[in-house]
Ligand binder design. Sequence first.
Ligand SMILES: Cc1cc2nc3c(=O)[nH]c(=O)nc-3n(C[C@H](O)[C@H](O)[C@H](O)COP(=O)(O)OP(=O)(O)OC[C@H]3O[C@@H](n4cnc5c(N)ncnc54)[C@H](O)[C@@H]3O)c2cc1C
Length: 376
Amino acid sequence: MTVLVVGAGFSGAVYARVLAEAGHEVRVIDKRPHLGGNAYDFTDENGVRVHAYGPHLFHTKLSHVLDWLRPFGRFLPYTHKVRARLHDGRLVPLPINLDTVNEVFATAYETPAQVSEHLARIALPIAEPRNAAEHLYAKIGQELTDLFFRPYTKKMWQMDLEEMSAAVVKRIPLRMDREDTYFASDETQIMPADGYTALFERIFEHPRIKVELSASFDKSALRDFTFCFNAMPVDEYFGCRLGELPYRSIRFHKRMEPDGPAPAAPVVNFTDAGPFTRETVWDALPNHRVRETGRRSVTKEEPCDYRDNGMERYYPVKTADGRYQTLYEEYRLLARDEPNMAFIGRCGTYQYLDMDQVINQSLAGAQRWLAQNREA
Ligand SMILES: Cc1cc2nc3c(=O)[nH]c(=O)nc-3n(C[C@H](O)[C@H](O)[C@H](O)COP(=O)(O)OP(=O)(O)OC[C@H]3O[C@@H](n4cnc5c(N)ncnc54)[C@H](O)[C@@H]3O)c2cc1C
C-alpha cells in the first residue's frame, strides 16, 4: 500500500519505519523545514548542540521501546538533574527532597522518617482534594506549595492552582531521601550521542520512505494514498468547527556568553513570579559541546498562549473541570468517521506525551494496523 504520514516527529517516524519495513511505500511530509518534530536539535554558531524546542531528556521504563530505538544510533547514559532557584538565589534540588526541605525550613534532618513527619505536620487535612492546590496542600502544606508550585504554575499555565486538575500535579514526585535525579523512577536515562536529528535521519533512511519537508498537509493529497497517519492538530484538521483545543507554548530566549564554570545543573527552574520558568545551559548536557569556541549558549523559557507564538502547540491545557478533554472527545468521534485516516501523536490525540510514550503508542498502533490489513 502507499501510506501518507503527516509529521516527521517521533510518532510519524515510528509509523513510517515500521510500515516501510513491512513492505509498504511511505511518504512523510512535515510543514517545518527539519526532521524530528519538537525533538529537533542542531549545532549553533557557538559549536553547541541546542534543542530548538526545549531540552529533551530521554527516560523510560519500557524495554521494547529501547529495543526498537537502539539500532538507529549510539546512546550515552545521562542522569538528569534539576535545581530550583529560590528568591534569594539559593539553588535547591528539584523534585523536593530531604535537602530541599532542610534548606527551606532551616532544619537538619538526616532521615526520610524525619522529613515524612515534618510534611505530615504541615500538610492540610483535605480528604478529597478537588484540584491541584488542594492536592498539594494535602501532601506538602501551604508553604512549599506556594514557594515551588504557585508562581510557577501561574506563569506556565496562566491559571491558578485552584483552576487546575489534580492530575497535572499528581505525577510530580516527592522524595523523602537525598535522591536528586529528576527521573529517578525510570531505569533508563539516555541521550543520543550525535543528537536527535541524526537519530531521525537514520530512522527515515529506508528505500521505501520518501520525506518532504516544508510541506503542509492538504486534503487533496489523500487521493494518492491508501491510508494516512496524521500527527497534525486534530481540531485544525476539522477547521476548528467545534471550537479550539488550546495549548500553552513557549518563547525561547537564547543568549551567547563566554564559557564559564559548569552550572549546578544543566537546567535550573525559577520559582519567582517573573516571566521565565527555566534556563538550560546546553553544553552541560552530554556531548553537546560539538566544537570548542570558548563560548556557550543558554536558553531561557517564557511560557505563553500558543496564539501569541505562531500557533506553536506544546502543552495541551488541562483544567479542573476537564472541558478541553471533553471537547477533544467530540473531535475524536468526528475523527473516527474519517475514512482511511488515523490521528497520531501529541497533537493528533491532544495529550502531553513523553518521547518514550509516543514511541510506545505508535509501535502499538502500527502493529495493529498491519495486523488488520493482513486480515483484510
Ligand atoms: C518544551 C518541551 C520539552 C519536552 N521535553 C521532553 C523531555 O525531556 N523528554 C521527553 O520524553 N519528552 C519531552 N517532550 C515531549 C516530546 O517533544 C514529544 O513526546 C514528541 O515531540 C512527540 O512527537 P509527536 O510526533 O507526537 O509530535 P511532534 O514532535 O510535535 O511532531 C509532529 C510534527 O507534525 C508536523 N505537522 C503538524 N501539522 C502539520 C501539517 N498540517 N502539515 C504537515 N506537518 C504538520 C509538525 O511540524 C511536527 O514536526 C517535550 C515537549 C516540549 C514541548
